[in-house]
Design a protein around this ligand. Structure first.
Ligand SMILES: C[S@@+](CC[C@H](N)C(=O)[O-])C[C@H]1O[C@@H](n2cnc3c(N)ncnc32)[C@H](O)[C@@H]1O
Length: 265
């Protein structure tokens, strides 16, 4: 573990509080997360991340063959819905009851049922070796402490099981401002050595981002073999998004999103 890899405390509660606000359709943004979740539930082809890059260009599910699936930080659970339609048996776990209630309403509307569990992805309520596939799209992958959630993902996966973790890139994190939320700069704003816990000073939300070297060693120490690190380029037709922290011009020059694909030995 690196010198700044002491497990973080208090972030699970503060992230639950902020996600309960962001996910509440009446509280801000006129239900932005409900609306984008609903759109994603309607899609047949997965569209990943902030720039909605199609699965055909990213390939996160290229090895997916069904089986028992866990989505870590499922939010509105559209990823679980996509996997259920591809022959998986998903379970979604999330730290925000408000997000889970949106997910449950979509299950009813789209007549697709699977377990949704209120819980913390850093301490999973599942037996060892329960799943064939684990995935997180901007869930545990950025909101949980990697030194806690990755060992848990390894524990609940069966030997040979795959983990896909998708979120902001390391480069974007280094070029971002955590004080004023302005768009990513074309210069480095944060130190890479010791990077781990990033708190937004205005809303108190806490994200985690570690360097590629740290991430690689962490996966290996948990018994994973690294199969790929995909740096995502927005599609030709991609559009600006509601997120102010990166614009399309930046993301078309450097990877703003990345995905690790790893397999338990
Ligand atoms: C961007 S959203 C979910 C991503 C999902 N793909 C979506 O957009 O609906 C991030 C989710 O991570 C969840 N989360 C944050 N911390 C968590 C934790 N410790 N355990 C489980 N879920 C967590 C939040 O509650 C939120 O629903």
């Amino acid at each position: 573990m690196g010198k700044n890899s002491e497990p973080s405390k208090g972030h699970v509660r503060s992230n639950r509080e902020i996600w309960n606000v962001w996910a509440d359709p009446s509280s801000n943004d006129l239900g932005a997360y409900v609306e984008s979740g609903h759109k994603a539930w309607r899609e047949d082809q997965p569209l990943w991340g902030i720039f909605q890059t199609p699965e055909s260009e990213v390939g996160l599910l290229r090895d997916f063959k069904g089986g028992d699936v866990v989505e870590l930080g499922c939010g509105t659970a559209y990823v679980s819905a996509w996997l259920a339609r591809r022959g998986g048996n998903p379970v979604g776990i999330d730290n925000s009851p408000v997000q889970l209630s949106t997910a449950a309403s979509f299950q009813k509307e789209f007549e697709l049922d699977f377990p949704l569990i209120f819980g913390n992805a850093e301490s999973l309520p599942f037996k060892d070796e329960s799943f064939n596939f684990a995935i997180s799209e901007y869930g545990a992958s950025i909101w949980c402490d990697p030194y806690r959630w990755i060992p848990e993902a390894a524990r609940v996966l069966r030997p040979g099981g795959q983990l896909v973790a998708f979120g902001n890139s390391v480069l974007l994190t280094l070029c971002s401002s955590w004080e004023d939320g302005s768009s990513a700069a074309e210069s480095l704003r944060n130190s890479q050595f010791g990077m781990h816990r990033f708190e937004d000073t205005s809303d108190k939300s806490v994200e985690f981002h570690i360097s590629h070297g740290e991430q690689l060693r962490l996966f290996r120490s948990c018994g994973f073999e690294v199969e790929d690190l995909i740096e995502v380029e927005p599609s030709l037709g991609a559009e600006e998004t509601k997120y102010s922290f990166v614009d399309l011009e930046w993301a078309s020059k450097w990877p703003s999103e990345e995905a690790w694909i790893v397999r338990k030995k």
